[in-house]
Design a binder for this molecule. Sequence first.
Ligand code: GTP
Ligand code: SPV
Ligand code: MN
Length: 589
Amino acid sequence: MATPLQKWVEEQAKLTKPDKIWWCDGSEEEARRLIEIGMKEEKIGSSPVFYGLNQKTFPNSYLHRSHPTDVARTEHLTFVCHPDKETAGPNNNWMDPAEAKERMRKLSDGCMRGKTMYVLPYMMGHPRSPYAKACIQITDISYVAISMRIMTRMTKSVIDKIGDSDDFVKGLHSIGDFDPNKRFIMHFPDEHFVWSIGSGYGGNALLGKKCFSLRIASWLGLKEGWLAEHMVIMGIEDPKGNVTYITAALPSACGKTNLAMLESALPGYKVWTLGDDIAWLNVGPDGRLWAINPESGFFGVAPGTSMKTNPNMMRTLKKGTFYPTLFTNTALNVDTKEPWWEGIDGGLPKNLLDWQGDPWNSASGNRAAHPNSRFTASLYQCPVLSPEFDNPKGVPISAIMFGGKRMHVKPLVVEGLDWPNGVFLGSRMGSETTAAAMHKEGVVRRDPMAMLPFCGYNMADYFRHWLNIGKQLTHPPKIFSINWFRTDDNGAFLWPGFGENIRVLKWIIDRVNNKVDAKETPIGLVPDLKDLDTHGLNIPQKNLEKLFEINSEEWRKESEDIEIFLKNFGDRMPKEIWQEFEKMKKRFL
Ligand code: GTP
Ligand code: SPV
Ligand code: MN
């Protein structure tokens, strides 16, 4: 008798009509074979899926060039198909589930003809974690199969774990013919099912990542009493050896990966990485909030990464283990066969191919690496991976940070007054758009808790869920907002960022441990400047003051923008959020 899993795979094969079906086992041998297939047999247009890189300096590394129209997540083609539109909320694109499936069936009919269907069994979370979920993704390209092996815990034992149960997360992915007009990423939250066609890129195609671990998992979290968040998880060790665990939510390409593996500029402090993109948060039996990272890899932004900004990532990328490392849409140094991007160490190479594989000329004014070019690398290669990473229980969280990219308005760091005020602080976040998704860059949009593109249901209900979680916590984390990106009148960053961000983290853990006081302002608590360790930094006093300036005129405009956003949700918006909003407005009068 066929199991529900076997039946489901057969049904998908009947629709998509692949030449063959390959059940992956996640082994090293299999990965090598898949890369070979990607280098020699599978093609995107007329180009191979993978190119080998310099195996001495970047062991087990490969370059992938995507289809030129397929370079970032496509939020306008992403739908959350709840039975009714209200449940999806104004924060999501919605389509009726039956209509969505009909459309997808038409697009998928025969889409794998001539190709291999890879069946990928994987866990999100450590297999022994009570919070982990068993998942199956189908795909028709080696690049996605290899990426999933790096990003998740992929083993054939997941198939045994699923057994004859039908309780597994389903993902059906095909690159189709990369036609942007036939590209959709459809979510069916009640069925734990994601159906994606027409893209091979990141969050559009690695269905365990944003699609399942955020959009669908956030919906599961609402039903089951937990939170799925777009957050870094990190431990901060102080000079005495105490480790404080914190999470931080920042929108796409706003600094999570850099923060997660920061190399401390303050002597005696050390950061331990647990995750750089997604956190699943559960209320523990001890009334504290516990976090696991469901992923096991980094899918990080390449441009700007260097020994100066993120040395631990450079070490991770060169480590070379039985997990391959992939570079997607970076440039290529022809002479050394090394990947290259704007901001990497060293001078400008003489012979570069741009991200599309064409000879690059600095006079063209174009960037050589795509702004959203990325690397895919195993977390196990990270030299500062926390010893707690594989702990099935996760780590207890003492502070939550919400951030964004804001040239103006937002101070370097602000602390919420209590949990409801902290939830409001998360809900009022805005950020400048980046190259991580296809849209105009640098435009401020509301992005509450960095979840606007990832919350799988009505955001008003999401805020209510956050407020309710707080009521179950006897030891709630303190909540902060951060902004590394404030600029002076000439557009230069006021704060040095990167390894120097430890100075802000130190203040945060000092607050958690009740070591320092804070100053009250209309928008929350800020540091007394004497409590922010700026020793050895060359920041003029006036810049420090500017970093913490709260300009009432700017905040009046900001409040208007926040109000417009909150009003979109009508009566569904929790009254506690409006109360916090009104209190903030009043404090400005
Ligand atoms: P996703 O993978 O899209 O979720 O992005 P992310 O949030 O992990 O962002 P990442 O750490 O990759 O940073 C994105 C960009 O912000 C890079 O170009 C970084 O160089 C830049 N960046 C990160 N941290 C800082 C900082 O502290 N200061 C400044 N000025 N730039 C930063
Ligand atoms: C993001 O855009 O937030 C990412 C990259 O982490 S992707 O996997 O494409 O979603
Ligand atoms: Mn992300």
